[in-house]
Design a protein around this ligand. Structure first.
Ligand code: NAP
Ligand code: MG
Length: 404
C-alpha cells in the first residue's frame, strides 16, 4: 500500500514522561506505516525547555500560528519537586499557558464515548463539549484583605485622566476584596472561536453567564456574543440548521443535566474550569477526553486533556509493565490529521483520521482495553492489556479499516 500523502506539515510538540513514551509508540505503530508523515518537530520535554530557557515553547506556538495545525503531547508543569528532579534553572511556566497566550484561544474539551462505559447521567447519549474561555477573570485577579474596617473603592483612571469611582463597601471590621477584569478583545475572540467551532462540528452552541446579578461585567459577555452572532454567524447557523442559545448559568446547569448531549457549552473561565471536571467525570474518564485549542483566527492545537501520567512512567522506568490509556493522545493526532486534511483538501488523510478513531473505539468495544477502562467497563468479555498491546490491537483493526 502506498503511504498517504501530506502537503503542509503538522506542528509536532513532543512532551514528557509516560505520554512521551506513548507518543513514540503511536507514531511507530499507528502512523508512520500508513502516512508519509510531515511534521515540524518541537521537543517540549522539560529538559529541552530548560536548555532553551523555554524559547522552544514560544517557537512551537509561533509555528502553530504559521502552519495552523499543531498536535501536543502532555508536558510537565514544573513545581518545587521538579526543580530538583530536573535540575531546572527556573520554574518554567506551564507550556499550555504560554501557547494559549500566544494563540489567544479557547479550549474545547469533548468526551469520547464507547459502548460499555456508561455516563453517570443516563440520558447523556451524545458528547457535551465544554468551551472554556481561558483568559482573565478570577485567574488574573487582584485581591486583598481589608483589616480593621475602612472603605473599599473601585477606581478607573482613563488615558485622558478622567476618573470613574464607585464605593465597593464600607467595612465595619475585617474583610476581603477582589478585583477582576476582562477585555472586549478577548471576549470577542472567545465568541468567534465558539461560533467557528459550532459551525465546524455542526452542533448547537449554548452560552450562559450570571448577567442578572452582574449587570455590567457578565452582561458585556452576553452582549458581545449576541452582536457577533447577529453580524457574522446567524446566516451560517441558519444554513446548517444549528442554534445559538443564551441562558442564565443556573438554568444552563439544570438543562445540561436533563439533556441528551450533542452540543457545545461555552463557559466563562471559572465556570469552564469547574464544569469541565464535572462533565468529564460524569462521562467516565479524563483519559477519554479530547482537547483542542482554537484561536479566533482559526489555528488549531490538539492535545489530550490528561497529564503525563507520572506514576506509570516510574513503573515503566523500573521495567515494570504499564497499562496506560493512549486514546486521548491518539485522538489528538487524528484530530490534527483530519483538520490538516480538510485545510489541504486531502481526502485520504481525512479518511485515515476517521479510520484511526474507528479502530481505536472498536478495539475497546471488542473488549480490549487498558486498566483504567477495565475498571469502568460493563462489557462481559473485557480483557486488560498493557500499553503496547493496546496499540497493537488497534493496529490490527486499523489495517482492516484502511483496506476496505
Ligand atoms: P495525570 O498525569 O493526568 O495523572 C493522574 C492520574 O490519573 C494517573 O496517576 C492515573 O491514575 C490517571 N490517568 C491519567 N491519565 C491516564 C491515562 N492516559 N491512562 C491511565 N490512567 C491515567 O495528572 P498528574 O499526575 O496530576 O500530573 C502529572 C504531570 O502532568 C504533572 O507534572 C503535571 O504538571 C502534568 N500535567 C500536564 C497537562 C498537560 O500537559 N495538558 C495536564 C495536566 C497535568 P493511576 O495512577 O491511579 O493509574
Ligand atoms: Mg479544574
Amino acid at each position: 500500500m502506498d503511504k498517504i500523502k501530506m502537503m503542509t506539515p503538522i506542528v509536532e510538540m513532543d512532551g514528557d514522561e509516560m505520554t512521551r513514551i506513548l507518543w513514540q509508540w503511536i507514531k511507530d505503530i499507528l502512523i508512520i506505516p500508513y502516512v508519509d508523515l510531515k511534521t515540524e518537530y518541537y521537543d517540549l520535554g522539560l529538559e529541552k525547555r530548560n536548555e532553551t530557557n523555554d524559547q522552544i515553547t514560544i517557537d512551537s506556538a509561533e509555528a502553530a500560528k504559521k502552519y495552523g495545525v499543531a498536535v501536543k503531547c502532555a508536558t510537565i508543569t514544573p513545581n518545587a519537586a521538579r526543580m530538583d528532579e530536573y535540575n531546572l534553572k527556573e520554574m518554567w511556566k506551564s507550556p499550555n499557558g504560554t501557547i494559549r497566550a500566544i494563540l489567544d484561544g479557547t479550549v474545547f474539551r469533548t468526551p469520547i464515548l464507547v459502548k460499555g462505559i456508561t455516563p453517570y447521567i443516563p440520558t447523556w447519549t451524545a458528547p457535551i463539549t465544554i468551551a472554556r474561555h481561558a483568559y482573565g477573570d478570577v485567574y488574573k485577579n487582584v485581591e486583598m484583605r481589608a483589616i480593621g474596617g475602612g472603605k473599599a473603592e473601585l477606581v478607573f483612571t482613563g488615558r485622558d485622566g478622567s476618573e470613574q469611582r464607585e464605593t465597593i463597601f464600607n467595612f465595619e471590621g475585617d474583610g476581603i476584596i477582589q478585583g477582576l477584569y476582562n477585555t472586549d478583545k478577548s471576549i470577542s475572540g472567545f465568541a468567534r472561536s465558539c461560533f467557528n467551532f459550532a459551525v465546524d462540528t455542526k452542533q448547537d452552541l449554548w452560552f450562559a453567564t450570571k448577567d442578572t446579578i452582574s449587570k455590567k461585567y457578565d452582561h458585556r459577555f452576553k452582549d458581545i456574543f449576541a452582536e457577533i452572532f447577529e453580524a457574522e454567524y446567524k446566516d451560517k447557523f441558519d444554513a446548517l440548521g444549528i442554534e445559538y442559545f443564551y441562558t442564565l448559568i443556573d438554568d444552563a446547569v439544570a438543562r445540561v443535566i436533563r439533556s441528551k448531549g450533542g452540543y457545545i457549552w461555552a463557559c466563562k473561565n471559572y465556570d469552564g474550569d469547574v464544569m469541565s471536571d464535572m462533565v468529564s467525570t460524569a462521562f467516565g474518564s479524563l483519559a477519554m477526553m479530547t482537547s483542542v485549542l482554537v484561536s479566533p483566527d482559526g489555528k488549531y492545537e490538539y492535545e489530550a486533556a490528561h497529564g503525563t501520567v507520572q506514576r506509570h512512567y516510574y513503573k515503566h522506568l523500573k521495567g515494570e509493565e504499564t497499562s496506560t490509556n493512549s486514546v486521548a493522545t491518539i485522538f489528538a493526532w487524528s484530530g490534527a490529521f483530519r483538520k490538516r486534511g480538510e485545510l489541504d483538501g486531502l481526502t485520504d488523510l481525512v479518511k485515515y483520521a476517521d479510520a484511526l478513531e474507528k479502530a481505536t473505539i472498536s478495539t475497546i468495544e471488542d473488549g480490549i482495553m487498558t486498566g483504567d477502562l477495565y475498571l469502568l467497563s460493563s462489557l462481559p468479555n473485557k480483557k486488560k492489556v498493557n500499553s503496547r498491546e493496546f496499540l497493537l490491537a488497534i493496529d490490527e483493526r486499523l489495517k482492516k479499516c484502511l483496506h476496505k
